[in-house]
Design a binder for this molecule. Sequence first.
Ligand code: URA
Ligand code: SF4
Length: 212
Amino acid sequence: FEGAGRWVPPGAGLDGLRRAAQGCEGCDLYENATQTVFSSGSASARVVLIGEQPGDQEDRQGAPFVGPAGKLLDKALVDAGIDRSDAYVTNAVKHFRFKQEGPGKRRIHQTPDAAQMTACRPWLAAELHIIDPDVIVLLGATAAKALLGPSFRVTRQRGRLIPRPPIDDETSRQNACYVATVHPSAVLRADDRDSAYAGLVSDLKVAAEVLG
Ligand code: URA
Ligand code: SF4
C-alpha cells in the first residue's frame, strides 16, 4: 500500500475530495470497513475538529461523530459556545479499524497504527488546505500525534493554544493554531465522567475564544 496520495485529486474542492475518497485504497483499512467516512461541515468553517477514525456507527452511516461519542461532542460544543455550523468535523483516518471474533460478532475498535495514519494523511492535508481554519481542535492522542508529532502528550499539553504546528506540510496553509483535548470516547469511559466532561468543555472554550 502506497498511501492516499494518488487518490487525492489535485485542485479539487471538498465535494471532489469526498467523492474521490470513496474509492481510496491507500492502506489496508478499506478492505474490511463498510465505506470511507469523510467529514461533515462546510469549507467556510472557522474551526476544524479532528477525531481518530470512524467508529462502528460512523462506518455504517457514512458520517463522522454520529454515534455515542458524537452525541457527547455535540453537547460539549453547545456548552462551549461553538456553533456546529461553524465547525468542520473529520478524522485522522477515514476507515474504521476493528477486530471481530467471528461473523455477526461485535466489531471492536482498534487504534490505527502509524503506517495507516501516515497513509491517510494526504486527505487531511487537502481538507486543511481548502478550509484554512482559524483553529484546529485535536480530539485525543491519535489526532494530536498525527498533527503535532509522536512526542506530544495530551495529558500535559491539553487546553493550551499552540500557535503553529511544528510539523512541516507544504500542502496546508498552516495559519491555524491548535488546541488538543481528550477524545469524547475517553469521557464516556472515564470513572469520573462529570469532571472529564467539564475538562473537554473547558478545552473547547479555549478554541471558542479564538473564534471570538
Ligand atoms: N470517534 C472518532 O474519533 N471519530 C468518529 O467519527 C467517531 C468516533
Ligand atoms: Fe485510504 Fe485512509 Fe481509508 Fe486507508 S484509511 S484506505 S488511506 S481513506
